[in-house]
Ligand binder design. Structure first.
Ligand SMILES: [Zn+2]
Ligand SMILES: [Zn+2]
Length: 346
């Protein structure tokens, strides 16, 4: 099969023929129809994760089951499926409680094994992790859920428990941030988008951000305070840097809730967080790590009803060859919206 291969940390990605995977026990092989290009793939390419090379990245995928391994009960060849980027073992106490996103034995396609920047990908513990794509939902829409959209959904719904009328400050208007804006709006909250890219802010406004703040060195928390009076109820750092995390935390009102979604790899040094404010104002600091398959039905229902439209985040579809060119520059990519890969596109 054709795949996008990384041979070493920060090497130029190449598209070439590699052996196709076979279905593991309890797992399946999926023919990939759409797979998102994500900043996490860039982290893997840049050596921020513990990865064996050569490696095939890709973790936001949707496709059709091509092969079913021994012991799989719920799935058949031909089923249209997607999967969370964190795949739980399906057997531990966390998985059985519906919290596969923190499974200690988790697998992540594109990190712990070869991912979906390929014509085919193997997925483990299929009965626990696969999610059926409703008939009315396309592959690109489903692939857009697996990491960024589902993560934003869990951050706001499952972690921050956003309420109607609350102010939600979203720092970073990339895939996660734009998803968070759309979800906040659907929940009846009032979103403020923060980004250094004016085009990304325009996109955020079109998706429901009530206000936008250009992060061009200005005092973001002061701007949020001027808009909201006392600061926002909820803040999301959708970028992952000391500056964006601090901007998000300091834009909160007293007793506000911060959700950290953007990755802060230790290679960059541990970020300084304004903990004195966290204590004095009784702020909640929450982490969010994807979303378990068990929580997908509620989100999928809102997508089928048209309340949430993740497909509006997809700005472009590219081939594996084009993705190989885009991947090394993805940390400083200024292209807003989600880039989707069609592995079958020549
Ligand atoms: Zn588990
Ligand atoms: Zn991702």
């Amino acid at each position: 099969m054709r795949a996008l291969v990384i041979d070493a940390v920060r090497s130029t990605p190449a598209v070439r023929e590699v052996p196709a995977p076979s279905a593991p026990d309890g797992g399946v092989v999926v023919e990939v129809r759409a797979t998102g290009l994500c900043r996490s793939d860039w982290h893997a390419w840049a050596g921020h994760d513990d990865i064996a090379f050569p490696h095939v990245p890709g973790h936001e995928l949707a496709g059709v089951i091509a092969e079913v391994g021994a012991g799989v009960e719920r799935w058949q060849v031909g089923d249209r499926v997607t999967v969370p980027f964190v795949c739980g073992c399906g057997r531990c106490a966390w998985c059985l409680a519906g919290d596969a996103q923190v499974c200690p034995h988790q697998q992540q396609p594109g990190f712990t094994h070869w991912g979906s920047f390929a014509e085919r990908v193997a997925l483990h513990a299929a009965d626990a992790n696969l999610v059926r794509i409703p008939d009315g939902v396309g592959f690109a829409t489903a692939a857009a859920l697996g990491c960024r959209f589902a993560t934003a959904y869990r951050a706001l719904v499952g972690r921050a428990r956003v309420q109607p009328g609350e102010w939600v400050t979203v720092v970073g208007a990339g895939g996660v941030g734009l998803s968070a804006v759309m979800i906040a709006r659907a929940l009846g909250a009032r979103a403020i988008a923060v980004d250094r890219n004016p085009t990304a802010l325009e996109l955020a406004a079109s998706l429901g951000a009530e206000r936008a703040i250009l992060a061009d060195g200005r005092d973001v928390p002061a701007e949020v305070a001027a808009i909201t009076g006392e600061g926002s109820h909820v803040a999301v750092d959708a970028v992952g840097s000391e500056q964006t995390a601090a901007d998000a935390v300091l834009s909160l009102r007293r007793r506000g809730r911060h959700v950290q979604v953007g990755l802060l790899p230790p290679v960059d040094g541990h970020p300084r967080v304004p903990m004195s404010r966290v204590i004095a104002w009784e702020l909640d600091l929450l982490g969010s790590h994807g979303m378990a398959a068990a929580d997908y039905p509620g989100m999928l229902a809102l997508i089928e009803q048209g309340v949430l439209e993740p497909q509006r985040l997809v700005e472009r579809t590219v081939s594996l060859e084009e993705a190989a060119v885009l991947l090394p520059g993805f940390d400083r990519s200024s292209a807003p919206g989600v880039t989707m890969i069609d592995p079958l596109r020549g």
